[in-house]
Ligand binder design. Structure first.
Ligand code: AMP
Ligand code: MG
Length: 359
């Protein structure tokens, strides 16, 4: 459902008023070269990929492209949901070692994610899903697996063994192997939505896919920068800082998003170090990554969280092309020089000790 923009809720009018309104709109369309009838965004809210999303789109005269973008995201959500027996990822995960034909979008996201996985090394593995299941993160019945169980499971975590056949559009997983697109799905969906909106004539948009993945493109009509809040990982309603940007993707990964407290009093979260099969604990509470495209940012935020601050710094120096902000368990902030220019710590992180990582 399209909820109308901040300015100018559509009035109920008739007769002379209709003609007058039409004349004014025509005039406005002629005067403003962009053909817009207002400056406020069209706003569309939807629930997909287990989260509330909100698209605010500027420069469109009707909501057709916004509906199209929202429909595409809903479709991707259905295709990628590994817990839904009707999804393509479910079919792949239960493919008994045989090639499984998939739609172009599913092939595309897996191909792209495997490319990122290759670059990111052992910190990032789509095939970590059986380990997530062992901890109860896929079905919601949390438990602490034994060392032996984890050791056996990580033997079968290896993205290098996923087979892709671009001619037949099939994906093959060795028997027992399963993939999970949780680390990249929202990023891929954000990029798709932005592409559809741009092609549909949108001049600018802020796409919020559940606050962990945000993509902004174009310039706001009032000329101000996009303002994106970074959540306080220690306070569900709090904000730890504000990013002011001209556009791009902002992706955040944090243990606070999904976790449970074990009988031992320890907190166990959903981001797994594939080398150990255990939740990645490196002193980071959340990582926010700034990139051009949302899928790369999504994969990077998950991977940097697993790598920890030192390995993440090394990865950044060797590869570049992104910025990051890490909110550390000890209250400090580690961020790149590029992030320092756009990020203002706030609330409990205002005045925090900051270490700047130079390129
Ligand atoms: P994100 O919120 O983007 O960091 O993604 C976290 C999700 O990615 C988890 O809920 C899992 O579904 C999946 N995941 C967890 N650990 C990894 C990992 N090391 N590599 C790839 N995906 C992972
Ligand atoms: Mg991610």
């Amino acid at each position: 459902m399209l909820t109308e923009c901040e300015k100018g809720r559509r009035p109920i009018i008739s007769g002379f008023a209709v003609k007058l309104a039409a004349a004014i709109m025509l005039l406005a369309a002629l005067v403003t070269a962009c053909g817009c009838t207002h400056n406020g965004p069209l706003v569309r809210e939807l629930f997909a990929m287990d989260t509330y999303m909100r698209f605010s789109v500027y420069g469109l005269t009707d909501g057709e492209a916004v509906d199209e973008a929202a429909d595409a995201v809903m479709r991707l959500s259905r295709l990628f949901d590994a817990t839904d027996s009707r999804s393509e990822v479910y079919a792949l995960d239960h493919g008994a070692g045989l090639p499984v034909p998939v739609s172009p979008e599913t092939f595309d996201v897996i191909e792209g994610a495997l490319g990122l996985s290759h670059r990111l090394g052992s910190a990032f593995e789509l095939t970590v899903r059986p380990v997530l299941t062992a901890w109860g993160f896929t079905e919601g019945e949390h438990r602490i697996p034994s060392d032996a169980e984890l050791a056996a499971l990580i033997e079968n975590v290896d993205d290098g063994r996923v087979g892709l056949d671009a001619e037949r559009n099939t994906v093959t997983l060795p028997e027992g192997m399963q993939i999970d697109l949780g680390a990249v799905a929202k990023g891929y969906a954000a990029d798709e939505a932005a592409r559809i909106l741009r092609e549909g004539g949108a001049k600018a948009a802020l796409l919020d896919l559940g606050s962990s993945t945000i993509l902004a493109f174009g310039s706001k009509p009032d000329g101000t920068k996009w303002k994106i809040a970074v959540k306080d990982p220690e306070n569900a309603d709090g904000v730890a800082g504000i990013i002011e940007t001209d556009g791009g993707a902002v992706s955040t990964s944090g243990g606070y998003e999904r976790y449970f407290t074990g009988p031992d009093g320890q907190v166990y979260w959903h981001i797994i170090d594939p080398r150990t099969g255990r939740p990645a604990k490196t002193g980071i509470l959340s990582v926010t990554v700034l990139t051009d495209d949302a899928m790369t940012g999504d994969a990077l935020s998950t991977a940097l969280f697993v790598m920890g601050p030192q390995a993440a710094e090394e990865y950044y120096r060797e590869n570049g092309g992104f910025d990051f902000i890490m909110l550390m368990e000890d209250g400090s902030i580690v961020m790149t020089a590029g992030a320092e220019g756009v990020f203002t710590p706030y609330g409990s992180r205002a005045g925090a000790k900051v270490s700047v990582v130079e390129p």
